[in-house]
Design a binder for this molecule. Structure first.
Ligand code: PGA
Length: 255
């Protein structure tokens, strides 16, 4: 299981330091923890996380190698600042920055080429769900957001790409999709994922995101094809985040 914290544009540098210190107190192995920190904090946070098993990630990167892109950050820069993973296609970037799935696929290809693993977010809006289009929208996003020009052929996806299903209406709202809806969507995504060429590698992990907290995580983790959680608000509370990681450890010990 993978538990990823997404701080978004929230903590001060002082609070970020405290939260990072709290992450180093203990390990939650075999659960993998990832922290998506604001770009200006990557270097100081990577120093604080040094020696711990927490992976550090950026919240976005540009699709080009380098160049005249004022305000943007390249995959190589993230790598140089201590990140080993990048979050791409979060619904806040799709909605607020007009990011299309094709752009996200280009960013993912650039990130993979620079030794960054990627977590690609998918999710439908409330209107799309009400119109009965949720599954179609998410599966279309999945196919269009996965990079096509991978450096090492199809097998390079496995182990390097994670999917996060986040219904847009559940993000930051306190509303969580029902167990049945999560199960149906994760099953649909799992059945659409590219297969590895030799068939031996693990399928891509599919995380759930949207108002995950210490109270609802247990039920979410018990759902088939849920490989962890992408946690926004609750990742700003060290105790809540630890509790979610603890529940993931518990789930792993059962399966
Ligand atoms: P939330 O955010 O947990 O605050 O709903 C999740 C996310 O946007 O990644």
């Amino acid at each position: 299981m993978i538990i990823a914290g997404n701080w978004k544009m929230n903590p001060s540098l002082a609070l970020a330091g405290q939260l990072a210190n709290a992450l180093t107190v203990r390990s939650f192995e075999p659960v993998t923890r990832i922290l998506f920190a604001p770009h200006p904090y990557l270097v100081p946070i990577s120093v604080r996380l040094g020696g711990s098993d927490v992976r550090l990630g950026g919240q976005d990167c540009h699709q080009d190698l380098s160049g005249a892109h004022t305000g943007d950050v390249s995959a190589a820069m993230l790598r140089d600042c201590g990140a080993s993973v990048v979050l791409l296609g979060h619904s806040e970037r799709r909605a607020n920055h007009g990011e299309t799935s094709a752009l996200i696929a280009a960013k993912a290809a650039q990130a993979l080429a620079h030794d960054l693993d990627v977590m690609i977010c998918l999710g439908e809006t409330l209107d799309e769900r009400r119109a009965g289009l949720a599954e179609q929208i998410v599966i279309d996003q999945l196919h269009a957001s996965l990079p096509t020009n991978l450096p090492d052929g199809d097998d390079s996806l496995h182990g390097r790409v994670m999917i996060a299903y986040e219904p847009v209406w559940a993000i930051g709202t306190g509303e969580v999709a029902s167990v049945d809806d999560i199960a149906a969507m994760h099953q649909a995504i799992a059945s659409e994922l590219p297969k590895s060429q030799n068939g031996h590698k693990a399928p891509l992990p599919i995380l759930y995101g949207g108002s995950v907290n210490a109270d609802n995580a247990k039920a979410i983790f018990a759902i088939d094809h849920v490989g962890g959680a992408l946690v926004g608000g609750a990742s700003l509370d060290a105790t809540a985040f630890d509790s979610i990681c603890e529940l993931a450890v518990l789930q792993m010990s059962k399966s």
